[in-house]
Design a protein around this ligand. Structure first.
Ligand code: SF4
Length: 373
């Protein structure tokens, strides 16, 4: 089996390497453009597109990419890179697996007689509109395949690239329920730059929220993750909530930082490097990273409640001022009690091949803590 070091020594390798026993790489590619500097894309031919998900508000997910150049410090998907023999810290945002045939495989799965057209969620593990999508353009065909098979779907992203596909989304929404969520945790530029260095700016994401809603795609804002001492200042939270309402967000959902063991191990070096003054606080709140499964994954409930209350109050005041509160009903309007998740927070697969029906749960938050779509 070839490991990352071999792959990086052999971009465009003729001999297909393997990053996991069931996930053969057809090509390892690098691109010369500045936006992909230092990146390696491992192109694979997946055997399955739909992942069965249990204990969630949706039954299925699709993840066209593994790894994410958005490089969020708190990303829940980082530990899933270990299943590929890749590092959750140094490789997760530099080595991205691309399922180049995902739409073709999806069409075959959707055509099966046993497919019942259940809701499919995208962006539950890694971001489908990360920068790589600008080059690989996997999403338009995925969206068309879902719509043509009468399959409702939702997309969670930080990528403003989603607006590229507005015509395709609008076309799909004429056949099936389609919705989107943009994650925006702060409007503060230094905080954004530090915590989510590969993402489009929060202002650009707000523009995407507006564009999607204006086009008739109901789009909410996930105010996530709320990190103690980093972006939990009430003024910051209020600013995000108000801007989200101004952008027409159908809902504004606050989600405090969730740090389960594997994520904590990846988050800690970032915290030590960028906010050394907060290490003691986080150690008290979540336990040290070495505490493993004995450490806390969630914040104490009183802290959580204060965060949620701030956002809800700001959001409700903004809706009252504008008179544009969306009708109750199709969406939950807040994270449920104990719902402390971040970013793309679906239950990651433990199987790199991700065959349908074979996405067993990994240790992590209870299912209700993951329902952010
Ligand atoms: S939180 Fe989402 S956008 Fe950020 S690195 Fe993870 S998958 Fe990408």
């Amino acid at each position: 089996m070839r490991l990352l070091a071999d792959l990086q020594r052999a971009p465009d390798a003729e001999v297909p390497p393997t990053i996991a026993p069931t996930l053969p790489v057809t090509r390892a590619r690098t691109f010369d453009t500045p936006e992909f500097a230092g990146m390696t894309f491992l192109e694979v031919e997946t055997r399955s597109a739909l992942n069965k998900v249990s204990g969630m508000p949706f039954g299925w997910s699709i993840n066209p990419y593994r790894g994410c150049q958005h490089a969020c410090s708190y990303c829940l998907a980082r530990p899933t890179h270990e299943y590929l023999n890749l590092s959750p810290t140094t490789d997760f945002d530099r080595t991205v697996v691309v399922k180049t045939n995902v739409a073709e495989v999806l069409r075959g799965e959707l055509a099966r007689s046993r497919w019942k057209g259940e809701h499919v969620a995208m962006g539950t593990n890694t971001d489908p509109y990360q920068r790589a999508e600008g080059r690989y353009r996997l999403m338009p065909d995925i969206i068309r395949a879902l719509a043509q098979s009468w399959t409702p779907f939702s997309i969670l992203t930080k990528g403003t690239l989603i607006t590229r596909d507005l015509p395709v989304l609008v076309e799909a929404a004429a056949r099936v329920p389609v919705s989107a969520s943009l994650t925006i945790g702060t409007l503060d530029r230094p905080t954004w730059r530090t915590a989510e260095p590969g993402t489009p700016s929060p202002r650009a994401r707000l523009d995407a929220v507006r564009a999607l809603n204006d086009a008739g795609i109901p789009t909410r804002v996930m105010l996530a993750p709320i990190m103690p001492g980093i972006n939990d200042d009430p003024e910051q939270l209020t600013a995000v909530a108000r801007a989200a309402v101004a952008a027409g967000a159908t809902h504004v959902t606050p989600i405090p930082l969730h740090l389960r063991p594997g994520v904590k191990a990846a988050f800690w070096p970032w915290l030590e490097a960028t906010h050394p003054e907060l290490v003691a606080t986080y150690t008290e709140l979540y336990g040290p990273p070495a505490a493993g499964r004995k450490g806390r994954a969630t914040l104490p409930e009183d802290i959580v409640e204060a965060m949620l209350r701030t956002v809800r109050d700001a959001r409700d005041a903004a809706w009252a001022e504008r008179g544009n509160r969306p009708p109750e009903g199709s969406w939950p309007d807040r994270a449920r009690p104990g719902e402390h998740v971040t970013g793309h927070a679906g239950r990651p697969s433990t199987n790199p091949a991700e065959p349908p029906g074979a996405e067993p749960p990994v240790a992590g938050p209870p299912a209700e803590q993951l329902s952010i779509i």
